[in-house]
Design a binder for this molecule. Structure first.
Ligand SMILES: NC(=O)c1ccc[n+]([C@@H]2O[C@H](COP(=O)([O-])OP(=O)(O)OC[C@H]3O[C@@H](n4cnc5c(N)ncnc54)[C@H](OP(=O)(O)O)[C@@H]3O)[C@@H](O)[C@H]2O)c1
Length: 301
């Protein structure tokens, strides 16, 4: 390894404009953890020189790769681009981290599974993505671990929070409509971005302390499971308690929306390996959803 990690150096987070990077930056600030984020065009996963320059200039202690091509439906028409970012690009980051002696936490997805299971997926379950996005992320996991066997690949699911495009923000934007139709046949583990950020910031010191567990795949997601409909139902019950007008919601099959990419019908993630290894366990999604809404109310949103 070329350079030993320095604990006081910042954590370097890719995908700076994305919801996870922004949440990590905020969470880092609130607890005095130095974090730098970077994004395009200065740091582009499709350009190895920008990745190397970015990492060498920042001299971080650890890298969190949140950057990804995340347009799940669009990826069906842009497979080459999705793979260039999520597979080749992730590999470039991993290769640079390995050569620079930097621990790496890389984010991946529940969409690597086909959803045929009815119990939470464990890390050793067979993968079988249904979409180009899922295939590109799975290829990325493999590329990352090949280049950097000590990397920690965190698979997560259904991220929601204050920043960016996510199901919660979409529902809140649309709550003025009288009636919404919501898919009731897709179940997952809703994960608050803030909880995932806290988990990442709990894992980072373990890696920096050199007590590194084996590299590989770990599932980290909100505890419990819900369909999109159940999540929306809980959300609007909570919003109604804030005396807001909320829409009527109707459970419908996901196929109603004729999305381009297929999604797993069931993609809950079992978090026990991460709990045993890093002592991280995310709260129940209902608790985190209420906490998110309380924060919004406190900000007057
Ligand atoms: N969102 C979810 O529900 C979910 C669920 C499971 C797993 N994940 C995974 O979690 C991670 C973070 O997701 P997120 O929700 O924070 O995603 P996001 O909000 O869509 O952010 C993705 C970021 O990646 C950047 N990016 C895209 N192409 C890039 C490239 N070629 N070079 C450098 N940066 C590039 C984007 O930059 P621009 O703004 O310039 O496009 C954006 O900042 C991803 O790995 C995703 O696959 C997400």
């Amino acid at each position: 390894m070329a350079r030993a990690a320095v604990a006081s150096a910042p954590i370097f987070v890719t995908g700076g404009s994305g919801q996870m990077a922004r949440t990590l930056l905020e969470e880092g600030r609130s607890r005095d953890v130095a974090i730098v984020t970077c994004g395009r065009p200065a740091f582009d996963l499709r350009s190895a020189p920008t990745v190397w320059q970015g990492l060498q200039a920042a001299r971080p202690s650890l890298v969190v790769n949140t950057a990804a091509y995340t347009a799940v439906d669009q990826a069906e028409d842009e497979a080459e681009l999705a793979f260039a970012v999520n597979c080749a690009g992730a590999g470039i980051v991993a290769d640079a981290c390995a050569r620079l002696g930097l621990p790496l936490i890389h984010l991946s997805t529940d969409y690597v599974f086909d959803g045929d299971k009815r119990l939470p997926y464990v890390e050793t379950d067979p993968t079988a993505p249904l979409s180009v996005y899922g295939h590109s992320k799975l290829a990325g996991e493999r590329r990352v671990l090949l280049a950097h066997p000590a990397a920690i690949v965190l698979r997560t699911s259904w991220i929601y929070g204050r920043h960016g495009r996510n199901f919660l923000n979409a529902m809140i934007t649309r709550e003025v409509e009288p009636r919404l139709r919501i898919a009731s046949d897709q179940r997952g583990s809703p994960t608050a971005a803030i909880d995932l950020a806290r988990a990442i910031l709990a894992i980072a010191p373990v890696l920096l302390a050199g007590r590194a567990p084996p590299g590989g795949i770990y599932h980290v997601a909100g505890a419990g499971e819900a369909s999109r409909f159940e999540f929306a139902q809980a959300l609007f019950q909570m919003r109604a308690r804030e005396r807001r007008r909320v829409p009527d919601i109707e459970p419908v099959p996901g196929a109603t929306f004729s999305a381009k990419a297929a999604r797993p019908a069931y993609s809950c993630l079992d978090f026990h390996k991460a709990l045993a290894t890093f002592n991280v366990r995310l709260p129940a999604w209902q608790e985190s959803l209420q906490a998110d809404l309380d924060q919004r109310a406190a900000r007057g949103e």
